[in-house]
Structures are given as C-alpha cells and as structure tokens.
Write a protein that binds this ligand. Sequence first.
Ligand code: MN
Length: 694
Amino acid sequence: MITSSELIGLVKEYDPSANGDLVRKAYVFAMEAHGVQKRASGAPYFYHPAEVAKFLAELKLDVQTVVTGLLHDVIEDTNVNYKELEEIFGAEIAFLVEGVTKLSKINYTSSKAHQAENFRKFLLAMSKDIRVLIVKLVDRLNNMRTLSYVTSIEKRKRISLETLEVYAPLAERIGMSIIKDEMEDLAFYNLHPHEYSTISLRLDQIRNKDHNFVQNTILEMKKVFNDAEINAEISGREKKVYSIWRKMRQRNVSLEQINDIVAFRVIVDTVQQCYLSLGVIHINYQIMPGRFKDYISIPKLNGYRSLHTTVIGPLKQAIEVQIRTKEMHRVADEGVAAHWSYKNDELIAKKDEQKNYSWIKSLLTILQTSGSPEEIMDNSKLEIFENEVFCFTPNGDLITLPRGATSVDFAYEIHSDIGNTCIGAKVNGKIAPLKTVLRNGDQVEIITSLYQQPEASWERFVVTGKARACIKKFMKAHEKSEFTSLGLQLVKYIFNEIYGGFSEDLIELKKFSCSSLAEFYCDVGKGVIPLGIVRSAVSGSEKQVDVSNNYICLIDFTPGIAVHFSECCTPILGDKIVGIFVPQKGIEVHATSCECIEECKSVMIKVKWNHEDEADAAFIVRLRIVILNETESFAVITNVISENGASITNIKVEHRSTEFFDLLVDLKVKSVNHIGEIQAALRTCSNVRSVRRL
Ligand code: MN
C-alpha cells in the first residue's frame, strides 16, 4: 500500500505547491475512520481508498481530487458525516465526497439498451462536477480489480454488467481509455469467462508462434524513420481481449482475420511530423486501401486524435499504425483528465486541442475561456443536462423528461394508455397533484382508473410533445361526438323556440348541403352552419310557444371540448348560469351575474346543470378569507374546510398585517350549496373576519 509520504511525493512531482499536509490529514483520517473494516479480499479496507488516491495522483489530478479519493467511502461506510468533512476539509472536498457517495447509491437495475444510455446521462447529471465522475470511475475500476474476491457469482455478474454498460462507456465519453479498456476486460472476464480464456489463449499462441514479430517490426520501422530524419518513438501495443471479441462479433470474423491485433504507435513532437510520418510509412510500405483515417483533422467526439493507417509492414504482414503527438497520446489515454495537467502548459495553450470535447459543451466553453488550470477546475461544473430530469418508475426503470415535466408527462412517457387513464400520482411515496413538477431522482407511481379521461386542462401544464399529442388526439376523437351532440341539442332548442316541438322529419338536409343528419348536427355544433341560418330555415308558426322549459342540459357534455366553463366567473353546480354560443368553440357557460354576458345577448342560450347527483361533481372555487393573525387561525379554517368535505387545492397569503391575514384559497367543491355551507361554517369561527367567493 502506498504510504502518505509516497502519495504526497507523487502529487508534488506535478504540483510542487500542493498542500501536502492536507493529503496527510486525509490519509490518516480515512485510515482511522475505516479502522478494522476489511475488504472482501481480507485486506484492510483502507487499501482501497489509498489505491484510488494513488491512481488519481498518477493521472496528475488536483490535490482536492486526490484527497476525495482518500475520503470517498467515509460517508457511506463509516459514521463520518458531511458536516464533519466540511469542518475538517472544507466545503469543496465535502461536496466532492458527497457527490461520489450519491453516485454510489444509484443502482443500475435494467439491462435494456435505452436504459443504459439514460443511466449514463443520469450519472453525469448527478455528478455536478466532472471530478466526481472521475473519482467514481477510478473507484469502480479498483473494485473491478478485486472483484474476484466477491464470492457471490450473481453479484459479480451484476457489477460487471453495470461496469460494461454504464461505467466503461462513460469513461470512453470523457476519453479516459486507460480506464475504459481495463474495465471492459475485467467485466468481460467475469461475465464470459469461457470466451475470455479462449481469446487470451489464442493470443498467447499467436504471440509464441512469431514471438519476435513485434520487436522486429519496430526495429525495421525505426531504420526507415532514421533515414527520413524524424525523431519518433515507436512501440507496439496488443489490443485488449474485449475489444478483439467485439471486433469479431461486429465484423463476424475469426481471430486470424483481425490484422490489427497489435497496433503500432508512432509518437512524434508536432502535428506536422505526424503527416510527415504518414508519408514515410506510405512511401515504404504498401497501403491497404480503405483503412486510412484522419482523426487529427476530424477528431472523435471524445477528443481522440491520431492518424490511422493499415499497411503491409516490413515483415510482409498487414499492420495497423497509429501516428500522434505526445499530447494526443496523453489525451488518448486520459481524456478529460489530461486537461487537468498542471505543468503541461503547451496543452492548455493550444485551444485547438480543447475543441475536441464538443459533447461536453459547457465544459468546452470553460476550457476555451479559462486561463489557468485552477480556473478550469473551479468552473467546470457539469451543467450539460440542465434541461433534463431523470425520474424512476417503482420498478427502478429510468424515465428521462424535459425539465418542468409533470406527473402527467411521466404517465404518458410510460404509455399513452397510462396517461389517458391517470387520476393521480405518488411522488416518492406521497400523493401529489398531477401537475406536480418532477425533480431529479423522483420516484413516481402513477395511479390509474378505467373511468378517467384526459382533461383539456392538462394541455396547459404538460411539457412533452408526446403528452400533448396524446391529449390532443383524445380530445379530437371526442370532439366529433361532443359537437354532434351539441348540434342536436341546439337544433332541438331552436325548434322548441319556434315550433314548440321537434321532429327530425322537419329538417331539410338539402337546404344545408349536408348528406346526413350527423353531419348536419356536427356542423351546427361547430358553428359551420350559423344558428341564424338554422333559425330562418325553420319557418315559424304564428302560435304562441311556451319556452320556459327549453334549455340545453350540461350533464351530457365533457367539459373542455364543446362546453367550457368560463374562467372569468368560474360557475359551479347550483349557480344560476347562461350559455353563450361561440363558433368553433361551442358553449361558454357563465354565471348570470357575469359582466361579460351583457354584450352577448344575441347568442345567449339557456342552459341548466341537471346534475341530480352531486357525488361525482367537482369544481374549483376561490374564496377570499380574512383571518386574525393568531397562532391557531390557519388550523381552524383548514379544519372547517376539511370537516365540510372540501379539499384545498391552493392557498396564497395576499396580504399580511399585524392583525390580519388576507388569504386567497382555492377549494374543490361539489356545488353551490356545498360552497355555501363552507362559507357559513367559516363565518361562525371567531378567528375569521370575512369570507367572500370571488
Ligand atoms: Mn469505493
């Protein structure tokens, strides 16, 4: 195990000004906190964080990150808490350690491909700071190295699958291929031990058959570069077992057919020398067509840059050659971590190099605008996914939604049927209104009912296109029948007005160029055929007609499609009401006391509730309640309201003084009688000054 002095020495090599005492303090603190805890291998637990810290120092990360490596398991596995860490090590380190702890608590449960991608995004979003992610990746790599000590095969496979599907791709995304490569091989070994050993055995055979192949090829290539007077480091690197297996699967070829098992690397000082080297190789060795790739002018998304070519090498075998500069080489191995390098001024100075991380847009901007490495550390908070939230189903499936999404969006995201029948939601186990805006990590359980239908009002708060489209589709499907039935009611209404009776035989469809009664009713309901035309087509009899019993009955309609309750006076069951016909919209229902009906006398239509049964009716009303500023006032009014069977949907303190609170309270009630009872009950309370329905 690395000693604290060795670790400090490692850090001081690349950052002489680093605070060695801080490292020593964390080293001792973590060692004491983990005490006698043991790893699955039987080794003291502290070996693990010490190894993680060492790896981070080898990546030349800043001292805070190295200290986080030492402390990364103390919150989760010992009785040390965040506050304590903050007091001893400061807010930044406490924040980083807490970040790693949070990531550790997220368990990947599904192996569906889209879930894996969501999980990767979720982990990134939760990371907040890219250093948290780097520590987590190094932590996972170290756990993978000692995975063989875990006795449960199930657990080994689960952790390996998670590593392969979530963590290795994340390491690749931020360009840390040294971590990615080792993770993949370790995971592959645990998941498919048979395939792993077959491939590595074959690799041994190939190596033994021609054991000087790599060395001799390098020697020959060195001569060629010497002649061309280019100073190049040349090395050969065998591909990893997992990446060979993946290639075999992707290209459907055998091991022998893969000619790039060993990649030869030519490392030079400058970009110009890269292209010169390419020339040297192509002049001396026959190129294999179709295999040349220029990742210098077009880098990979994770920032990888190199020239790749495949040629018939000096020993007359096809070989892959990768040509790159030293900086490109470091980025190829360490990715984003390479940018944290303290003394590699050259890298920081070259803005071109940094353009490569285009996928981390915010990080990129910071990398391009910041001068010193310290500033980069400070600003590189991960904010890439600020427009998304990540929520879970009760089964642990991850649902990605745009920020601002509600439970209804969540329901539609699962399935349109779930959305169409949702009546409520439990967010983190608690009942919450459907319009509740969801937050990162919320667990959402949707409650459905066969009798529920989408409400037009949902359209106002949903944010996903899917939810909006489903609600619209549902409304459209019901629109036709709603407008047809409204049309029928209107035609009856007009006939009753003029004839004092109604018969379909009296309708001359030809007059309205309609082919069916249904079409006619629908056109009337939508206002395509104006009510005036219908009226004048019905030749009136001269007899006096009793119209006192002529009205349109509202119970037959679903609110929000062809019948709308006006928002200016919010009429509720029992209120005296009147309808106003608006073409394309249907009937707007207003209270007879509403001011805006004055101008609409001509299109006024008598309507009635005809709700015999209050049981399933629900309307929102707003009360203005003035209460005394006393301790129990709130409790008293909320009690009265709930005792009277109404629920509060919103409450707002509009004004407060030393004596009074002026409240706006929205209630869900059944009818005008119901709200009347509640108002009366409120007025009897001594704490209530006044109650008024708005
Ligand atoms: Mn750990």
